[in-house]
Design a protein around this ligand. Structure first.
Ligand SMILES: NC(=O)c1ccc[n+]([C@@H]2O[C@H](COP(=O)([O-])OP(=O)(O)OC[C@H]3O[C@@H](n4cnc5c(N)ncnc54)[C@H](O)[C@@H]3O)[C@@H](O)[C@H]2O)c1
Length: 355
C-alpha cells in the first residue's frame, strides 16, 4: 500500500484525496495546510488522522512514501524540492513551477534518486485525447498542416463558482505577487500540453497576453495584474501551424477544451467540458477523396468511442509499484514551462520567439 501525504488541502486536493483513497493500492495517511480550519475540515471529511501545519513537520513526523503537492503555484518548487530531498515520490499540481529555470532545477533534483515524479496535466485523463494522439502519431491523417486549440472558462463573468471577488482561491490566480502566471499559467499550461501532446514540439510562437483593468485593479492585498486572456500563434517542428488560446471570460462555458488538427489525409477533433465523462470520444474525418454526387449539407465525421484510460493519479501509483515513470513527468512539466516563459517574452516584445 503506497502511503500518500497531501500538502495543501484546498479545492483540487479533494480530487487528490478521493483518487488516492479510492485506489486499492494507496491510502492518504497525512495532510498539511497553513490554514488550520481548512485542514481540519478536509481531514474530517476524508478521515485523515495525521494533520500538520507545515510540510517540514509532515515530512519529519509522518511515514509517507509519496507527497501530493496541491498548494498554489508559488509553492510547487519549494514543497516538491523538500519532498524529493527526503526521498519521497512526488505528484505535483500544474504548472510545475513559476518559470523554466525553477522547473529545470526541480528536474535536476531528481537525478540519481529513482523517485517517481508526475505533473497533473489533468486532461491526459481524457481517453479520447489518448486515442486521438495515437491516431495522429500513426500517420492516419497524414502530414499535419494546421491546428486550433481553445480553453474556455467563465469565472470572471459567471457566478457558477460564486463571486470571484470574494474568495482567495480566485484572487490569488489574478495576482502575480501571489505567484500566478494568470490564465497562461493556470489553464494555458493545460492547453499547450493538450495540443502539443499529439502534434509534437513547438518550434516558435507569437503570443499576446492581456489583462483587463476594467474588472478592477486591486482587492485586499491582491493586485489584479495577471493576464486574463491570451492568444498564441504557433509553428511546430513538423511544420504545422496553428493557434492556441485561453480566456476566463468565455460566458456560456464552464471549463471547455477543444482541439482540431488538420492533416493532408484527414482531420481529428475533440471537445469536452469534463475529461472523464465527455472526453471518452473523438471525431475523425477522412472525407477527402469521396465522389459526392448529390450535394450534401455537411462533410462526413465519424465518432470514435475510446476505452477508459488510467487517470494521472492511477498512473502515479502504478508507476511507483512498477518502478517505471508514466507520462506526464517533471521533464514534460518543464518543457511546457519553457513554452510559458516564451509566451511572456513574445508578448512583452510583440514578436515571434523560438522555443
Ligand atoms: N490539474 C488541474 O486541473 C487543477 C485544477 C485546479 C487547480 N489546480 C492547481 O492546484 C493548485 C491548488 O489550486 P486550488 O484551486 O486547490 O487552490 P486553493 O486556493 O483552493 O487551495 C490551496 C490550498 O493550499 C494551502 N496552502 C498555501 N500555501 C501552503 C503551504 N506553503 N503549505 C501548505 N498549504 C498551503 C492554502 O491554505 C489552500 O488551502 C494550483 O497550483 C492550481 O493551479 C490544478
Amino acid at each position: 500500500m503506497i502511503k500518500v501525504g497531501i500538502v495543501g488541502t484546498g479545492g483540487i486536493a479533494e480530487w487528490h484525496a478521493s483518487a488516492f483513497i479510492n485506489n486499492k493500492n494507496s491510502s492518504v495517511v497525512a495532510a498539511c495546510d497553513i490554514n488550520e480550519n481548512r485542514l481540519n475540515e478536509f481531514c474530517d471529511k476524508f478521515n485523515i488522522q495525521n494533520r500538520f501545519s507545515n510540510v517540514d513537520e509532515l515530512l519529519e513526523k509522518s511515514d509517507v512514501d509519496a507527497i501530493s503537492n496541491a498548494t498554489p503555484d508559488a509553492f510547487h518548487k519549494e514543497i516538491s524540492l523538500k519532498a524529493i530531498n527526503k526521498n519521497k515520490h512526488i505528484f505535483c499540481e500544474k504548472p510545475l513551477a513559476e518559470n523554466f529555470a525553477d522547473a529545470q532545477l526541480m528536474c535536476d533534483s531528481l537525478k540519481g534518486k529513482n523517485l517517481i515524479n508526475m505533473v497533473n496535466f489533468s486532461y491526459r485523463n481524457s481517453s479520447g485525447l489518448q486515442e486521438l494522439c495515437k491516431t495522429v502519431q500513426s500517420g492516419e491523417i497524414g502530414n499535419i498542416f494546421h491546428m486550433d486549440a481553445n480553453y474556455y472558462q467563465s469565472w470572471l463573468t459567471s457566478n457558477y463558482w460564486g463571486n470571484w471577488k470574494e474568495h482567495d482561491k480566485w484572487l490569488w490566480r489574478l495576482s502575480t505577487k501571489h505567484g500566478s502566471m494568470g490564465t497562461l499559467g493556470d489553464v494555458g499550461v493545460h492547453i499547450f500540453d493538450f495540443a502539443s501532446f499529439p502534434i509534437g514540439k513547438i518550434k516558435k510562437l507569437n503570443s499576446h497576453l492581456k489583462t483587463f483593468k476594467s474588472k478592477g485593479v486591486q482587492i485586499k492585498d491582491y493586485i489584479l495584474d495577471a493576464n486574463d486572456t491570451f492568444l498564441s500563434m504557433v509553428e511546430f517542428e513538423n511544420g504545422a501551424i496553428g493557434t492556441i488560446n485561453a480566456t476566463r471570460f468565455a460566458t456560456g462555458y464552464k471549463n471547455k477544451l477543444e482541439l482540431k488538427i488538420f492533416g493532408d489525409k484527414g482531420a481529428v477533433k475533440i471537445e469536452f467540458e469534463d475529461p472523464i465523462t465527455e472526453g471518452n470520444r473523438y471525431m475523425i474525418s477522412k472525407d477527402t477523396q469521396r465522389e459526392i454526387t448529390v450535394k450534401e449539407d455537411k462533410l462526413k465525421w465519424d465518432e470514435i468511442s475510446c476505452p477508459p484510460t488510467l487517470t494521472n493519479f492511477e498512473k502515479f501509483i502504478e508507476s511507483i509499484i512498477q518502478n517505471k515513470n508514466h507520462e506526464p513527468d517533471f521533464e514534460r512539466g518543464a518543457e511546457i514551462q519553457n513554452i510559458l516563459d516564451k509566451c511572456f517574452e513574445s508578448s512583452k516584445d510583440g514578436k515571434w520567439v523560438n522555443v
